[in-house]
Design a protein around this ligand. Structure first.
Ligand code: GDP
Length: 375
């Protein structure tokens, strides 16, 4: 949308990576999902160029659950370049009829709460039950920190080696809105490829929980006892987003404390509005390390899913989420269109200077910019 750069010799950034045995690399470098121009000058081992796929090949590959094509399709929809964007959207349009059939679960918690250990334990458990698991991450901070979640290949080592699981780190480009669009589309690609449980991990910072809440059916807040709520960044608002609170590390010496914390949270939850109509959010304990409680929390998620499917809440939730998604993209587009507008660009510096120096009020500055934009 915003970047109309055409690069005819484009090769998907992750093409050729060892897909089945490791966590896929995120989108490297310069924020557009493409190899930067500078990388051409840097000498690197030459990898055979992958044939550019057609729309039909992308679609057929995803529907056939071809892992390499799934990865390439995600890379395509993560690209900001106009040509890839259009192609990615056409691929998605054709995939849409095959989407929607997964249980979408969001998982949050502060760093150290045990998210990756938990996802690995749950993921392996579900694989054994015959499910196909996709693990995605929404981490807007990764632009700065270069991938703080799922970027590290040592995380979820066992799960990443399992052919029934697919692990994709956070798209590393841009704003939370941009990251969210890409993650939502990645969910659709994974569903079309037959993954029936989608686990979306996010870090307990800023707006990312709200964003992930808006793309999943069930939202799980992972906690640890003894760290203090403040330390865990547990604000009432985040607890209100959750369909379950799960006190992790309920093992060894910590077991009793974890159970006490669960009781405390259950009391606190009485006073909060539930995140999902007709569902009572409760606290549970587990140990991602020993596996205790993992099956129980999956039963909670399955019950939830059954209940909200029967009551129609799931359908309503997904419809609302889709519309929210549409309007968040409209906003994103308008924003990009405004900031890329040549006329706006030509007066912006002067207007900014005038407003910061107090020569014109902010409202007048905004009006001048919008008038220029609307031509
Ligand atoms: P994340 O940052 O939330 O993804 O947390 P990690 O999964 O990386 O876990 C942080 C640390 O807690 C690691 O050293 C884990 O081994 C440990 N850990 C995770 N789950 C458990 C658990 O259930 N019990 C115990 N005792 N340690 C755990």
């Amino acid at each position: 949308m915003s970047d109309s750069t055409q690069r005819p010799d484009w090769v998907p950034p992750n093409a050729g990576s060892a897909f089945t045995t490791s966590v896929m690399a995120g989108v490297d470098g310069g924020h557009d999902g493409l190899r930067g121009q500078t990388s051409v000058a840097v000498s690197r081992p030459t990898t055979p160029r992958r044939k550019r796929l057609t729309v039909d090949e992308y679609v057929a590959g995803v529907l056939a659950s071809d892992r390499n094509v799934v990865a390439q399709t995600i890379t395509l929809v993560e690209s900001n370049a106009q040509a890839h964007f259009d192609m990615g959207q056409e691929v998605l349009r054709q995939l849409i009829p095959y989407t929607g059939n997964s249980v979408r679960v969001g998982i949050t918690g502060v760093p150290g709460a045990g998210k990756s250990t938990f996802i690995e334990a749950l993921g392996l458990h579900l694989c054994e039950q015959g499910h196909k698991i996709a693990v995605l991450a929404v981490d807007p901070s990764s632009t700065v920190t270069r991938g703080s979640i799922l970027g590290d290949k040592t995380r979820m080592e066992l799960l990443s080696r399992d052919l029934r699981a697919f692990i994709r780190p956070s798209p590393s480009s841009g704003t939370l809105g941009g990251v969210a669009r890409k993650s939502r589309e990645t969910i659709l690609v994974c569903e079309a490829a037959g993954f029936d449980v989608i686990l979306v991990e996010t870090v307990g910072v800023g707006q990312s929980e709200t964003t992930v809440r808006s793309m999943v059916d069930f939202f799980l807040l992972l906690m640890i006892s003894g760290a203090g709520d403040e330390l865990q960044g547990i604000k009432k608002g985040i607890m209100e987003l959750a369909d379950a609170l799960l006190v992790n590390k309920a093992d060894g010496d910590n077991r009793l404390r974890a159970h006490a914390a669960r009781a405390d949270y259950n009391r606190a939850l009485h006073y909060l509005a539930p995140a999902t109509e007709g569902w009572r959010t409760k606290a549970y304990t587990c140990s991602a390390l020993t596996g205790e409680g993992i099956n129980a929390i999956w039963n909670v998620i399955s019950d939830f899913r059954q209940q909200i499917t029967a009551s129609g809440v799931l359908e309503k939730r997904r419809q609302r989420q889709t519309l929210d998604w549409v309007y968040s993209m409209v906003e994103e587009h308008l924003r990009a269109s405004f900031f890329n507008h040549a006329g706006v660009g030509s007066i912006r510096t002067d207007i900014e200077e005038a407003v910061v120096n107090g020569h014109i009020p902010p409202t007048v500055a905004a009006q001048m910019l919008i008038r220029k934009y609307e031509g």
